[in-house]
Design a protein around this ligand. Structure first.
Ligand SMILES: [Zn+2]
Length: 439
């Protein structure tokens, strides 16, 4: 049984008689295809002669099981049962959400022939009738990778202004995160400051599905002073990172505070222990914050311990390099996937504020170790991040140059379109010029 439902890159039903134009042929190297603008190319009709299948789009409604939905759309109970069974081998049916859609194809005999469901942005589950019942396969969905360039002047906040220029929330949040070591967003942003960004967007061939990708370049100009960051993956690094144009990483080795919106409630030093009553050394900082407040890894590193640790309660310790470690105590719970041996990124959530261990109330107890000994985090001269050298620096500078050229080309393109439109409008009397958007 071939594939009946018209998804791109599917194998045609009768491959011997029907023309086969695969999307790979239509768009050479489509995964890396970067068109000069954001307009998707015309879709290619890959199934010029559809066989007579009755295609139904079915959507999940609240209070209705998958079984009922399929039966209502025309499947026999036996077929519905087998198709769902095949589907659930690749998908946790409990994750089905109201409004989610599936495509069912019925043959001329009225029997369910195929059931398709999108699993993720670029994967689809295809359940087809087989000799024995139904079989499910996972297929890659082709997509185009575009780059978008957006810029604007900040009016109220970076968030609002960027949103008004068409940047999706997830990209704005990422942009703020990568600048968080260089810019204090509460205090340093002023009206008239500006931003500029180049980022990746994945788009399905039909333009219906969109997924935002990495930020390749971002620039903030604050009171006339530009800060530019470029994404680059160091040759020996585990993660791609952001670098200033001189090759210095945007990240500092350790963040000053591993938690946001918390109050420093106890300092490093001698104090009377609130529970035990005698004076002893308090070897960390306490941050008071509501239970459940996320705690971030202060720097890149490897989890050395993520388990109960006596008076510390639920405890995470990260080894950042040969010199530095940080520890986080009294957590209510651990971050997703946080366990010993796991590599973490700076800013990644490693746990949540709680009151486990020997405590009087919920707070984060935070320690910084230098060569195995706790030090006062507030006195710590925070080391700067890495600076690219040698081959890495050369590669980075080439990449940054490419990105700059890409942006120049995009700007020229916009300017060209703008000038053409002005010229056209001038012929019509020039009135429209006033309404043209500025480039
Ligand atoms: Zn403490």
């Amino acid at each position: 049984m071939g594939n009946l439902i018209d998804f791109p890159a599917s194998n045609p039903q009768n491959s011997d008689s029907r023309p086969t134009i695969s999307l790979e042929e239509a768009y050479p190297d489509s995964a890396n295809y970067v068109p000069s603008d954001e307009i998707a190319p015309e879709p290619v009709n890959i199934h010029p002669q559809e066989p007579t299948y009755d295609l139904k789009e079915i959507s999940i409604k609240s209070g209705q099981g998958m079984m009922d939905i399929l039966v209502n759309s025309g499947a026999s109970r036996q077929d519905a049962y087998n198709a769902i069974k095949a589907l659930s081998a690749h998908y946790d049916m409990k994750k089905l959400q109201v409004g989610q859609t599936l495509q069912a194809a019925y043959g001329s005999d009225g029997r369910l022939a195929e059931l398709n469901m999108q699993k993720s942005f670029d994967h689809m589950i295809r359940v087809s009738r087989s000799e024995t019942g139904f079989e499910a396969t996972i297929e890659d969905l082709p997509f185009l990778k575009l780059t978008r360039h957006v810029q604007g002047v900040i009016d109220d906040s970076l968030f609002l202004s960027a949103y008004q220029e068409g940047l999706p929330n997830s990209v704005i949040v990422n942009m703020i995160r990568i600048f968080s070591f260089d810019v204090d967003f509460q205090r340093e942003i002023r009206k008239g400051d500006s931003f500029e960004i180049l980022y990746e967007r994945k788009m399905s061939e039909d333009g219906r599905r969109v997924e935002e990708g990495n930020i390749l370049f971002a620039k903030l100009t604050l009171r006339g002073k530009p800060v530019s960051l470029y994404r680059y993956q160091p040759q020996k690094g585990h993660f791609a990172d952001y670098f200033h144009k001189n090759g210095k990483s945007a990240k500092k080795a350790l963040m000053r505070t591993p938690i946001e919106g918390a109050r420093l409630s106890s300092y490093y030093g001698k104090r009377k222990h609130p529970v035990l009553g005698y004076t002893r050394m308090h070897k960390g900082l306490d941050f008071s914050a509501p239970t459940g407040t996320p705690i971030m890894a202060a720097g890149d590193g490897v989890i050395e311990r993520a388990s109960r640790y006596g008076a510390y309660g639920n405890y995470v310790r990260i080894r950042h390099n040969g010199t530095y470690k940080t520890a986080y105590a009294h957590l209510s719970k651990y971050g997703r996937g946080i366990k010993s041996g796991k590599r973490v990124k700076q800013g990644q959530i490693i746990g949540y504020v709680g009151a486990t261990g020997r405590v009087t109330g919920r707070h984060l107890h935070y320690e910084v170790f230098v060569n195995g000994k706790q030090v006062n985090p507030l006195r710590l001269k925070i080391p700067t991040g890495i600076t690219l050298k040698g081959q890495d620096k050369q590669k980075f500078l080439t990449l940054a140059g490419d990105i700059n050229n890409q942006i120049i080309a995009k700007k020229q393109n916009i300017l060209l379109t703008w000038n053409q439109e002005i010229a056209m409008n001038s012929v019509d009397g020039g009135q429209e010029i006033l309404r043209m958007p500025s480039p």
